[in-house]
Design a protein around this ligand. Structure first.
Ligand code: FES
Ligand SMILES: [Fe+2]
Length: 393
């Protein structure tokens, strides 16, 4: 479908979409597959917002690096010799070759094409045979960089050099007690990547609505985390994040529901309405599920309009992570149990988001409606439409 800027969203679609939660319609089905919507999301969201791309554990030592695509931009995340984390654009300043793929540990980035060499902080150190080139100074050709910030054990990247610090944009998380969970004192013990055949927004919406629990997770989540026990907090903050709590305190991801990792005493200070399993989506694409004794992270990275890469990991208290890596049998058993239980739920979600993506391709598909259990999905869709599609309100 080719739409001119006038037809991008019809006036009817705009006015239906801008209504309050229980009166509004959902985003147009073509926004989940049409390139012109994705181009706007790349320009107005992924080129300007903070995007979570990794854990500090992924760049634990000087020289550790990994590559990732932010929107459509190839990025290298690396820790330099001074311990600082950088984000460089993965394109050589000579004639543009990609510098590295995948992940690893290095002391320099040497371009595979003609051998230009860059320090970990991005400075150009070597340009073979350039002595005779007029008006050429290595200082003028460092790698292009993005902003990188470490927050609570996560690495976030922002392609916009003028963006305000991430920590300021999520400072209101103190309102629901994020600090009590001590994410800074947790380490990842699993990391899994999925290639999903769906638009990234489909996964994000699914992440923050409990309406699907009885249908998609009927034998897994619904018996322990039933739909009716979730409470959404759409008005807690004006900052761009969405938050809800499964109000069943003390339940975690083991077979019995009993936590198997140590609990922090600070958790007893949480207000009763915020006690339980917290689900937090930092717009656009960074999700956390925070349990009493562990947390799960989700990076929802678009790969074009109709595909995405999902990165998921389990984090446990540092001491438990050390015991896990040392092979302590009880800890290994607990990690495997949590990971197995999460995998069951994850497979259910991954299957349903791809099914929704297929259905949304129907010519007959039209915007739908939101129920009371989809308040945060509405809030997220409003944010996308305002940030990327020019919806006013
Ligand atoms: S493109 Fe990198 S050295 Fe030529
Ligand atoms: Fe789900």
């Amino acid at each position: 479908m080719k739409a001119s800027s006038v037809e991008f969203m019809t006036l009817t679609e705009r006015s239906q979409l801008s209504k309050p939660h229980l009166e509004a319609t959902t985003l147009p089905p073509r926004s989940y597959w049409a390139p012109e919507f994705f181009e706007r999301e790349v320009e107005h969201i992924f080129a300007r917002e903070w995007i979570a791309v990794g854990r500090v554990d992924d760049v634990a030592e000087p020289g550790d690096y990994f590559t990732v695509t932010v929107g459509t931009e190839p990025v290298i995340v690396v820790r330099d010799g001074d311990g600082e984390v950088h984000a460089h654009i993965n394109t050589c300043r000579h004639r543009g070759c990609e510098l590295v793929r995948g992940s690893g540990r290095t002391t320099v980035f040497r371009c595979p094409y003609h051998g230009w060499m860059y320090a970990l902080d991005g400075k150009l150190r070597g340009a073979p045979a350039f002595k005779d080139t007029e008006n050429f100074g290595k200082g003028d050709y460092p790698l292009h960089s993005a902003q990188a910030e470490v927050w609570n054990g996560y690495v976030l990247v922002n392609l916009d050099a003028d963006a305000h610090p991430y920590r300021d944009q999520v400072s209101d998380c103190t309102l629901w007690g994020l600090d009590a969970y001590g994410l800074n004192e947790q380490t990842a013990v699993t990391r899994v990547e999925f290639e999903l055949q769906c638009n990234w927004k489909i996964f994000a919406e699914n992440f923050i609505e409990e309406y699907h629990t009885p249908w998609v997770h009927g034998t897994t989540l619904q018996p322990v985390a039933p739909m009716a026990n979730w409470k959404e907090f759409p008005d807690l903050s004006d900052q761009p994040w969405s938050f809800m709590v499964g109000q069943f305190p003390g339940i975690s991801m083991s077979d019995s529901g009993e936590p198997r990792f140590p609990l922090r005493p600070e958790l007893s200070d949480l207000a009763p309405e915020f006690s339980g399993m917290a689900i937090w989506l930092s717009h656009p694409s960074f999700g956390l599920v925070v349990n009493c004794d562990c947390s799960l992270y989700f990076f929802m990275l678009p790969d074009g309009p109709e595909r995405m890469k999902l990165v998921v990991g389990l984090c446990v208290p540092d001491a438990s992570a050390q015991a896990f890596h040392a092979g302590d049998p009880a800890t290994v058993n607990a990690v495997e149990e949590y990971a197995r239980n999460h995998r069951l739920v994850s497979e259910e979600d991954n299957a349903i988001v791809e099914a929704q993506a297929r259905g949304l391709k129907a010519q007959a598909a039209r915007p739908g409606r939101y129920c009371k259990y989809e308040g945060l999905a509405w809030k997220f869709d409003q944010w996308v439409a305002r940030t990327a599609y020019g919806l006013e309100g």
